[in-house]
Design a protein around this ligand. Structure first.
Ligand code: FEO
Length: 383
């Protein structure tokens, strides 16, 4: 129970191998759905059809002997809307509520009869009884049809994907870490629309946030709103250095591990290192956004850069990566080419400062290389 009238009817998915076909979710994912019980009953979204039967059972239990009047579709992406048909087969009298784009997109997924729909636009309201629902269009957070719904009676914001996280409900993990990995990998490209939404949210008296993934948020909401403000403005969140590397034979790895020790001995508050071949790429992307200073170290390969690094940089570019200071380290025994290849991709991003004097290793780190790394560590500690 979220409030006296709002019940949780979502489901956990702990056996999905990859969320969105690409993201590891070691603690699963929650597909959230809510029911508002009033004179009229509104259901907020469905769930992924992988869990459709379990969802309908939850819903039936919450409804008792009543039937839903409305199904409000905040987001058509299949992790939330792929059970819409199932829902309507069970509750054919329910009216679908969405905006123009909602119905355009739903028609691409289902052969539905759209006779019984309520099309809403920004600022429209729907009175259930005591509860008045206010619709707030939030395009590109994360798809163009996304909308939030604000219940002015209980002061609850139904926030679609925003403020969601990876992890099934009850997962024993920090909100910020998995919310950050979720944010940058799912919504990260759309910082500007998120900023617009935060401005709209600032005008509302919000007591509870009900996202479509992760826990319901209550208490001091400023912590969550502040994180979203930092993330969507692409500002660094933490002091420190992130080092991402792709190493063919371990020599580039050994060099960056030595750099990590140099940085820590010089007082750098935090140094995080990711092996792009072995660690979670989505987590590496999250780290790259978290810190203001990043070292990219990679072996040369095929006249360019090792594919794991190339892939990583394309991920960053796709997520609108910007406003960071980057140092480059390449390794190449006979024709080093990684720094040039990395620079080419970085040059396509906004406000990226590449530090002077990129380092070239020619195999194993030698004493003269150590001096170059000491200079780099000094620069990273000062700038
Ligand atoms: Fe959770 Fe954009 O879907």
């Amino acid at each position: 129970m979220i409030t006296n009238d709002i019940l949780y009817v979502g489901v956990d998915d702990k056996d999905i191998d990859l969320f969105e076909g690409q993201f590891v979710v070691p603690n699963g994912i929650a597909y959230n759905s809510y029911v508002i019980l009033d004179d009229k009953i509104a259901v907020m979204d469905t769930v992924d059809k992988r869990k459709g039967a379990e969802y309908l059972a939850n819903l039936e239990k919450a409804l008792g002997d009543r039937f839903p009047d409305y199904l409000i579709v905040s987001h058509v992406e299949p992790d939330h809307a792929s059970s819409v048909q199932l829902f309507l087969e069970k509750y054919p009298q329910a009216q679908l509520v969405g905006n123009t784009k909602t119905f355009q997109l739903l028609a691409q997924y289902f052969d539905l009869n759209f006779d019984n729909i309520l099309t809403v636009k920004e600022g429209d309201t729907l009175l259930l009884g005591k509860h008045e629902l206010h619709f707030i269009l939030t395009p590109m957070v994360h798809w163009p049809e996304v909308m939030f719904t604000y219940d002015s009676y209980d002061k609850v914001l139904f926030s679609a994907d925003a403020f969601g996280k990876f992890g099934a409900l009850g997962a024993k993990e920090d909100w910020t870490c998995e919310a950050r990995r979720y944010y940058f990998n799912i919504v990260g490209k759309f910082g500007m629309p998120v900023q617009t939404v935060l401005k709209k949210a600032a005008t509302l008296d919000i007591r509870i946030i009900c996202p479509l993934h992760g826990p319901v948020l209550s208490g001091d909401l400023s912590k969550y709103l502040d994180k979203y403000n930092i993330w969507s403005s692409y500002e660094p969140e933490s002091e420190g250095v992130f080092i991402a590397y792709a190493s063919l034979h371990g020599n580039t790895r050994d060099a960056v591990l030595a750099l990590k020790e140099m940085l820590l001995s010089k007082g750098c508050p935090e140094v995080v290192v990711s092996d792009l071949a072995r660690n979670d790429m989505a987590e590496a992307l999250e780290h790259a956004f978290c810190y203001g200073k990043v070292v990219l170290a990679a072996s040369s390969y095929n006249g360019g850069v090792m594919p794991f690094m190339e892939d990583f940089l394309h991920h960053l570019k796709g997520k609108n990566y910007q406003k960071r200071t980057v140092a480059l380290v390449e390794n190449g025994s006979w024709a080093p080419s990684a720094n040039k290849a990395m620079t080419e991709i970085l040059s396509q991003m906004k406000d990226i400062t590449i530090l002077d004097s990129p380092i070239t290793l020619r195999g194993v780190m030698k004493d003269e290389d150590k001096k170059a790394f000491e200079v780099l560590a000094d620069k990273l500690c000062i700038s």
